[in-house]
Write a protein that binds this ligand. Sequence first.
Ligand code: NAD
Ligand code: GLY
Length: 367
Amino acid sequence: MSQSINLRTVPVELGERSYDILIGPNLLDDLAVHMAKYLGRGRIHVVTDETVFGLYKDRLYSFEQDVSVTVLPAGEAQKSFPVLQKLLDDMFEQKLTRNDMLVAFGGGVIGDLTGFAASIYKRGCRFVQIPTTLLAQVDSSVGGKTAINVAQGKNLVGAFYQPSLVLSDTQVLRTLPDRELKAGYAEVLKYGLLGNRDFYNWLEVNGCKVLSLESDAISEAVATSCMMKAAIVAEDEQERGARALLNLGHTFGHALEAEAGYSSDLLHGEAVSAGMQMAFEFSVAEGLCSGQDAQRLEAHLVETGLIRISDTARWRGNVDALMNHMAQDKKNESGKLTLILARSIGDAFVEKDASTQSVRNYLRSLI
Ligand code: NAD
Ligand code: GLY
């Protein structure tokens, strides 16, 4: 056994639904140890995708008890009713009880699908998140949003359902394609931009170390991101207020993603990266934020090689289409457009009545 040094623990404080996020290199080497107190004698059923299973299947057999596995193809298409049904069938076939443990072992697709299955199987069984992408480690595995996609839109059927534990092994990020790593880094940057200027300043200095997965830098980035998300979720678990801040860059970003047909041409984190830049530029255009902060963000996106507004021309030519996508955003209330805007780096706020004319003018100015 090689107990990991540099292990960090971030608690998510939600009363009786509280849990820990463990972060560090090589946690998978001691999976049975880290999960021991959550397992008892219960069975384990792992849900993963073919890519992650191919790379890390040997780590799943260190438990004393039998492990059964559902292996799905990789990709967003798995977040669907038919695949959910298949997963539930596998769970029934394994005769899982509510005290057994479902394990989501993969990126956000596996985490969202597995968490939703856990929330409805026999009215709720326990589950552990083992996120293997940077995006999943800093965002989707934390906070209990679970969902599948339906014809009407992405993530429209789901539940708030918290895991028992999140285990983030930073070492597994070494096999992640560079594009996926950068897409995840956009969500890291989001936490600095929305509410932690010191963290943003730190990322300006250390961002390239994070992206080259230097051990201390990546652990610090994941832990600080999780601490920020945990604090916001503890304050507003079901997104009635402050949790909406986590959508900085997402309303503009989702419109771009929708125009790209949610295809691999534009990853979610890439859309968020350009979307955050749009939120800052729009805030500057509205006289809310200094142009210097938008320029700082642009410079950091250039330095780290993230997707910028200038990379998204092919998806933002049709301003009416973008406005339609934004009008359908889940955050909107009473027909008014909600946007997350910024007063400065580290100080974002929820604008519940953004001027659609101003947004339209801004989007036109980009063409
Ligand atoms: P993903 O799960 O599709 O993973 C991306 C790709 O990386 C996949 O091909 C996967 O097989 C591969 N992969 C995963 N781990 C790997 C590793 N260690 N090495 C090599 N390859 C690896 O995508 P994602 O970006 O992790 O997650 C996107 C999903 O997350 C979307 O469905 C989105 O809606 C959801 N999401 C949910 C929340 C939430 O709060 N629940 C937040 C943000 C995003
Ligand atoms: N990813 C946004 C949230 O968890 O609320």
